[in-house]
Design a protein. Structure first.
Length: 241
């Protein structure tokens, strides 16, 4: 499948039309931003890793019964996906307190939850992706009651599958992550990406200490160093090397 005109350029990806109106090509860049674009940088090789990692995980999830936008990987940085209408919600699942949760509620990072939590942000850069609840999402007409129920169910299932997959195969604890969903032919499907940009991966067993080892974009956000190495390491483990 060939790229036609560029439809959109985001912070980490470009989207191109194809000859098939149902499909687009996503092209992953090495650009990295944090704090709603305030911090900018490049992570060499990130585009390749995020593309391939996201594709492997989406295929794993498809096998577990989760519908995704994945169609076909074209090359290192380019993938054909279903042309979805993105539901403008960032869906965040957390297993352990970290990041904005710890800051907002005054809970130390590394505090394990009794059960996973879910939260929504309104995907709107001008507003800084504000935290919202289900009722706000309905009031803003971002999704229907049924869609929100489906999204929640899918997000928790993705969490269970990913949590055990990462622990078993990569020796990594899945602390939290962000998902996005889209509408395709009347159905909700998992869209966007699942990568070190959108997940927190901590070296197994390090989550209950103050010295956890991050193998994700927090190394960039927090200037921890070893950013490229962390992306390479998690990808190496995913490939089973
Ligand atoms: P947070 O603790 O900063 O709210 O982040 C929760 C998770 O969501 C974390 O795994 C990183 C991911 N995330 C994104 O993918 N995009 C974003 O814009 C933000 C703020 C977080």
């Amino acid at each position: 499948m060939e790229k036609k005109e560029q439809l959109y350029e985001g912070k980490a990806k470009k989207v191109f039309a194809t000859e098939n109106p149902d499909y687009v090509i996503v092209s992953y860049k090495d650009d990295a931003t944090a704090f709603n674009g305030l911090k900018k940088g490049t992570i060499a090789g990130k585009g390749v890793i995020n593309n391939k990692m996201s594709n492997l995980l989406m295929q794993m999830l498809e096998k577990k019964g989760i519908k995704t936008h994945f169609v076909e990987e074209i090359d290192d940085r380019n993938t054909v996906v279903k042309k979805v209408e993105i539901v403008p919600l960032e869906v965040i699942i957390r297993n352990v307190a970290a990041g904005s949760f710890s800051k907002r509620y005054g809970v130390p990072e590394g505090t394990l939850f009794m059960s996973p939590t879910i939260e929504f942000s309104y995907k709107n850069d001008d507003l800084g992706d504000p935290l919202i609840n289900d009722y706000h999402a309905l009031a803003l007409k971002l999704a229907t009651v049924e869609e929100i129920e489906t999204i929640k169910k899918m997000a928790f299932t993705v969490n269970e599958e990913m949590k055990s997959f990462f622990k078993e195969h990569l020796n990594v604890d899945l602390i939290d992550f962000k998902l996005e969903f889209g509408r395709f032919k009347g159905e909700i499907v998992l869209a966007d990406e699942i990568s070190p940009d959108t997940c927190r991966f901590w070296e197994a067993g390090s989550w209950d200490t103050t010295k956890h080892v991050s193998l994700d974009k927090d190394r960039f956000r927090r200037d921890l160093g070893g950013v490229e190495d962390a992306y390479q390491e998690i990808f190496k483990r995913l490939k089973g090397e």
